[in-house]
Design a protein around this ligand. Structure first.
Ligand code: ATP
Length: 778
């Protein structure tokens, strides 16, 4: 009865009702997307409904399965694994009869728009539902199951897809919600297995999920420098893979590796479409190669637990965008699918995405593997080529002829960042596969000037670096000018470097700028140079992503989750968590979004007394409202440079004393914990991708500078052609780009503040505040 009343009320007010369902296999981050949809819908003046148990909920219908949700119903959901509104594999929905019932129930409940969060199966279902809708409604009308008025109001199905699946198997999006969390669980497991494998000099066959898609196996292979992977997209005959794997494993053992890791995707197949099982792999490693071999099948552990920061943020931003999309929709707009390309949330066509995904599966069935691969996202192919180049290349037969082989140096500058070791390892092994000679400059510019700390990198001494935190080659903040730029030029000359890769944050950016500007005096710097941004502050101009920022964010987020739990156990408790990040509020903002923090203070805005007063009042009100009903802890994040006067401790004291006894605030300072332990999956795999791009850039730009290097005359440093050869490699919007360091320094940098002029995460900040109903004084 109350259900009918609710529907009536919504009709009277002409408020749109937006439904969200999760469907297919559960994936970490689904809850965060439900939270974002529910709260954004309510914020926009709509009513929010959860469709329980996936399509099953539509088929069954009624208030038990189509439930109105309030703002408070999704409190704390961003950190929860799985999906709390349930999911199911619903056979009935695969039949027209089931879909007809679904349509009737949706209309009865007054749902105007449906957002489906699920994998390729669920979105195929959504697409079918969309295409069939007019005929379903016609049938319902003819059978008298809906009224003419209902028919008129609902004749266009407003539907939108968000991709939630651990498999990352949907075309047109780079990542699906849950995939990086699953990858995180896999990496942790392989890191554990690696230790025991190393102790006993054992081989491990690790089986991971992925029925039709080898993304998890491939990215796990890159992140852990596995010896071999078997995935559905790149099958070969039984004889071929057995021989190839044996030869690679043997070669690695001969070079001194004590462990062997082979990762098998659940859906791995031969070119005859015969399954390849872990047991098949075991047979070869143990029987043919005589290795002490064990099988570890990871199974459902991969689905488990709290989502990583990336998934929480992706799910949230996509949930918000899905609501915007359904509200923008007209009968003429094609149904959207919310995707992500690099760092940009984009709308794609649901029909096209489903079609493309299906054509990959069809090509595999038809054994047209080339076509299957060509239909895959370019990033997948890039990862696969990278994996093969760094893990299975024959260093005795490099790709390039003798005349094209280069000497490439790599240096770390600034604080350690997750993924920096992975970048060095990938750069060096890729160089080996190409025929280049990789050198490391140990302990930064000061190490070079004081101790001539240059060593060529060899394969065996880098074993395990891919998964290690910190900086194996050492790092510090000294810039070339502070060290001795003339001395650096002398060593560059002595070692005849043809290219340089710098890894680090703002000091690394300044370093590259100094070297580029010194090109007119020192011919040794007339070589291609690339900066791969790496800093938890994520404040390097020219990129929206720096290596290490994801590892840090996860470390901070885990800390905040624990603190929040503690706060929730005590009535009226607020924690003020102090975050690092220099003059950049990126980390505080992203962590606030990932943890659902009530407030975040950042250096870009400072802390005004008016804003502080408003935040205290609003917190007090919330505690007052919840008094006696439930306890919930609140988090406040503050960058350590948000205010000169108000440290986390001072903020906590002011808040407590101004709260009128409604709550009690305490400071919590994670400090260097924020540098993180093991690097995250994102930092490891992006490090590989970016460092290989950097080596390719150095190869491509050689010719531009060859004459200039051997010419003692001054170089026209303002020539765009030359200045482009010293570049920052960054993610900007939906692209990975090289941008001239000179251009960035001159036009896009707040040099004093050490930040980019334009803050790329402002929109994220607005969403973080909106989803906790925080008002900001502009
Ligand atoms: P995951 O990627 O985690 O496996 P998925 O969404 O691909 O998730 P499926 O089991 O393939 O999971 O699909 C989930 C549900 O979507 C099915 O149980 C069914 O109700 C619906 N569905 C899937 N394919 C179709 C289809 N072709 N037509 C109608 N409904 C479908």
């Amino acid at each position: 009865e109350s259900f009918d009343k609710a529907v009536e009320a919504s009709n009277v007010k002409n408020q749109k009702a937006i439904g969200i369902m999760t469907s297919g296999g559960d994936a970490p981050g689904m809850n965060a997307s439900v939270r974002a949809v529910v709260r954004t819908a309510i914020y926009k003046g709509c009513r929010a409904y959860a469709i329980m148990e996936g399509y099953e909920g539509l088929v069954r219908g009624g208030p038990e399965y189509i439930k109105e949700f309030t703002w408070d119903d999704v409190r704390g959901w961003s950190s929860l694994g799985g999906t709390d509104i349930g999911t199911a594999r619903c056979m009935e929905f695969k039949e027209r009869k089931g879909r007809l019932k679904g349509a009737q129930h949706m209309i009865e409940a007054g749902i105007d728009a449906l957002i489906v969060c699920g994998g390729d199966g669920s979105l195929t279902g959504a697409d079918l539902y969309r295409s069939e809708w007019p005929s379903l409604l016609q049938e319902l009308l003819e059978e008298g199951r809906i009224s003419q008025e209902q028919y008129d109001r609902y004749k266009h199905l407003n539907i939108c897809g968000i991709v939630g699946s651990i498999d990352n198997d949907m075309s047109t999006t780079d990542a699906t919600i849950g995939a990086y969390s699953a990858l995180d669980r896999i990496l942790k497991a392989i890191d554990y297995v690696e230790a025991t494998a190393n102790s006993h000099s054992r081989a491990f066959v690790v089986e991971v999920m992925g029925r039709n898609c080898g993304w998890l196996a491939l990215l796990a292979g890159i992140s852990t420098s596995a010896d071999y992977i078997l995935i559905p997209e790149k099958p070969s005959s039984s004889r071929e893979w057995e021989e190839q794997m044996s030869s690679i494993v043997t070669k690695h053992r001969q070079r001194g590796k004590r462990t062997t890791i082979v990762i098998v995707a659940e859906g791995a197949i031969t070119s005859d479409l015969e399954p390849i099982t872990s047991k098949d792999v075991h047979k070869i490693l143990s029987g043919k190669l005589g290795l002490d071999t064990r099988i570890t099948t990871l199974g459902h552990v991969q689905r488990g637990g709290s989502p990583v920061a990336y998934d929480r943020i992706l799910a949230t931003l996509q949930g918000v965008e899905a609501v915007n999309a359904v509200l923008d929709s007209t009968p003429d707009t094609p149904s959207p699918l919310i995707a992500v390309n690099e760092n940009k949330i984009v709308r794609k066509s649901l029909v096209e995405s489903v079609k493309l995904t299906k054509s990959v599966a069809d090509a595999i069935k038809e054994k047209d593997f080339k076509k299957a691969m060509s239909l895959r996202d370019t990033e997948f192919i890039e990862h696969l080529n990278n994996f093969m180049a760094i893990n299975s290349a024959d260093h005795n037969e490099p790709d390039l002829p003798a005349g094209k082989r280069l000497k490439i140096a790599i240096v770390n500058v600034g604080a350690p960042a997750g993924g920096a070791n992975s970048a060095v390892y990938s750069m060096a092994t890729y160089c080996m596969s190409r025929g280049h000679k990789p050198y490391a400059i140990y302990n930064g510019w000061s190490g070079l000037c004081r101790h001539e700390s240059v060593r060529s990198l060899d394969w065996a001494s880098m074993l395990g670096w891919q998964s290690r935190g910190g900086s194996e080659i050492g790092t510090n903040r000294v810039t070339p000018e502070e060290a001795d730029i003339g001395m650096i030029a002398y060593y560059f000359q002595k070692y005849q470097f043809d290219g340089l890769i710098v890894i680090g944050g703002f000091e690394a950016f300044a370093s590259l700028n100094q070297l580029e500007r010194a090109r007119d005096s020192y011919a040794a710097f007339r070589i291609p140079m690339v900066l791969i941004p790496a800093t938890l502050s994520n404040n390097v101009p020219g990129t929206e992503y720096s290596l290490g920022s994801d590892t840090s964010l996860n470390a901070l987020m885990e800390y905040c989750d624990v603190i929040k739990q503690s706060a929730s156990s005590t009535r009226g408790r607020v924690f003020v968590v102090e975050c690092q990040g220099g003059n950049s509020g990126y980390l505080a903002t992203s962590a606030a979004l990932a943890c659902g923090a009530q407030v975040s203070y950042v250096p870009e805005e400072g802390i005004s007394l008016d804003q502080l007063t408003l935040d205290i009042e609003s917190l007090a009100k919330q505690f007052e409202k919840s008094e006696g009903r439930n306890r919930f802890g609140k988090l406040i994040l503050t960058s350590d440079k948000a205010s000169k006067a108000l440290s986390a401790e001072a903020l906590a004291e002011v808040m407590t004393s101004e709260s009128n006894g409604m709550f009690d605030a305490k400071a919590a300072i994670p400090g260097h914990v924020q540098q993180g332990g093991l690097p995250s999956a994102i930092d490891r795999t992006r490090a590989t991708r970016l460092s290989i791009k950097a080596v390719n850039f150095i190869e491509d730009q050689q010719d531009v500078l060859v004459d200039a290097r051997h010419d003692d005359d001054e170089l026209d440093v303002h020539d765009r052609k030359f200045s482009k050869t010293a570049a920052v490699l960054g993610v900007r919007g939906s692209h990975v780009l090289f941008t001239s360091v000179r251009k960035l320094w001159d036009t896009e940098t707040e040099i004093k503040k050490r930040t980019p002029k334009i803050i790329h995460w402002q929109a994220t900040r607005d969403i973080a505040d909106r989803l906790v109903d925080r008002k900001r004084i502009d």
